[in-house]
Design a protein around this ligand. Structure first.
Ligand SMILES: [Zn+2]
Ligand SMILES: [Zn+2]
Length: 373
């Protein structure tokens, strides 16, 4: 069986997984491969859709039973062919309840599509938050400019008190027939542009367009745990629609300012920590900053450069609700560049106590290097 049609493998769960485990696995996969998180990555989009397909089957007891018995072949024709042609938005809409109550709802929630006419276009904005605000979440004020339905004419485009009249050329059909040789062809009415109505007395506020351009100030809530480049969808805050159709959505791309010494990788925070060579050799304790206050870190005897020490629970909250990351402290042992006379004397004494240089050991090392070249 190819990997893609092994739904258990796609979701990385056991065949005996419970409904709850399957749900969790789907959330995890959906977050990992979500196209907003992997812009332009076709492979991620494909995996995202595969996970959706797998969940669609495994979350339905009847479909799962058929699948377990006959495989994906058994479901052919029954499940409607998967999600390969569906949009990410539609997939989230379809599985809305799976993400309800998680941080996901903030990312992908918002207004359902609605309205008949031409729905307003989506708008995009950028917001920047501090590194520390990833932990707490943040509220940001932004200003956008968008088209909204004209208040004066309520979107009709005709001066208050008047109404658009039916187009006399097409009689309201929006199309006209023209003879071209032996044929009649239908074209968009040149008088009304296909609307079927004409405005004889345009609304002065919107010049007859039915929409006006306005500046709006919005409060955007950024949930904790968000990562660089993720988008927040603010439902219904995009461009106004035409003829009373609903507004588009506003997508806010979140940028996280880099920190002076912390770095983030998924839920974990990395910190490079220089320590004295004496501390590395003797062991002891050192105070280190974390994104959530400082903690005392134990340094074991004989700690080496490059060693990574994990401080559990001092990372960022996981976006799929699966706990909190760690802070990883990467240790760098510093060798003093200058020595006082006293220090030099002590080190000379120490040197005398070191094991004599062993020829056998050096030879072994040399052979290792030789293999490399
Ligand atoms: Zn017309
Ligand atoms: Zn108007």
């Amino acid at each position: 069986m190819p990997e893609s049609s092994d739904y258990y493998r796609v979701l990385e769960v056991e065949r005996s997984a419970s409904d709850d485990e399957i749900k969790k696995a789907f959330r995890k996969a959906a977050l990992k491969h979500h196209p907003d998180r992997n812009p332009g990555n076709k492979d991620a989009e494909h995996r995202f859709k595969q996970a959706a397909e797998a969940y669609e089957v495994l979350s339905d007891p009847e479909k799962r039973r058929i699948y377990d018995q006959y495989g994906a072949e058994g479901l052919r024709g029954a499940s409607g062919g998967g999600f390969s042609s569906a949009s990410t938005e539609d997939i989230f809409e379809h599985f809305r309840d799976v993400f309800e109550g998680t941080i996901f709802a903030d990312f992908f929630g918002g207004a359902r599509r609605g309205g008949r006419g031409a729905r307003g276009a989506h708008l995009r904005c950028d917001i920047e938050i501090d590194f520390e605000q990833v932990l707490t979440g943040a509220e940001k004020t932004i200003e956008i400019e968008r088209h909204e339905t004209c208040n004066e004419c309520r979107g009709s485009g005709a001066r208050k008190g008047s109404a658009p009249s039916t187009c006399s050329l097409c009689r309201g059909h929006g199309q006209v027939q023209q003879a071209q040789g032996p044929f009649f062809i239908r074209t968009t009415c040149p008088r009304c542009g296909g609307a079927g109505r004409v405005i004889n007395d345009p609304c002065p506020a919107c010049s007859g367009t039915g929409r006006t351009r306005v500046k709006r100030t919005l409060q955007i809530k950024v949930p904790p745990g968000i990562d660089e480049g993720m988008q927040l969808r603010i439902g219904g805050e995009g461009e106004g629609g035409r003829d009373g159709a609903s507004r588009g959505d506003l997508y806010c791309v979140v940028h996280v300012k880099p920190h002076a010494f912390f770095q983030r990788r998924d839920e974990d925070v990395y910190l490079d920590l220089p320590i004295n060579f004496t501390l590395a050799a003797l062991g002891g304790e050192v105070e280190v900053p974390t994104i959530d206050g400082s903690v005392t870190l134990k340094i074991s005897r004989g700690t080496q450069t490059g060693q990574e020490l994990r401080i559990k629970g001092k990372g960022f909250p996981s976006l799929d609700g699966g706990g909190t990351g760690s802070q990883i402290v990467r240790v760098f042992v510093e060798v003093p560049k200058k020595l006082t006379a006293k220090q030099e004397e002590l080190l000379r004494q120490f040197e005398k106590t070191e094991e004599p240089r062993s020829e056998a050991r050096e030879k072994g090392l040399f052979d290792k290097f030789k293999d490399y070249f």
